[in-house]
Unconditional design. Sequence first.
Length: 95
Amino acid sequence: MTDYTRAVYNYLRTLGDVGDEVRTAIHPYLMTKFDLTSEEAHSARAQAMRDLKSRGMVERLNTRGPYVKILTEFYPDPWKDPDGKYVESGLESVD
């Protein structure tokens, strides 16, 4: 998981809880947090969202829309847990 992916997930968790569909502004967030250009932020956002979606952590019903559904607070890591169970992610908890 890249730093961008972790940052995006942590950002989403500040907006809502597991099961919530939240309105996001990931592109400007990445530009501010990592001092990225618009093109770099676009690539980082796309990579992070693909990674989070493939791991079953978020779902985006409309890829061009601002809404993201947070699916889990755990990080499924198929390389470390062959039976497919969810394992602790090491991501920051959001209280």
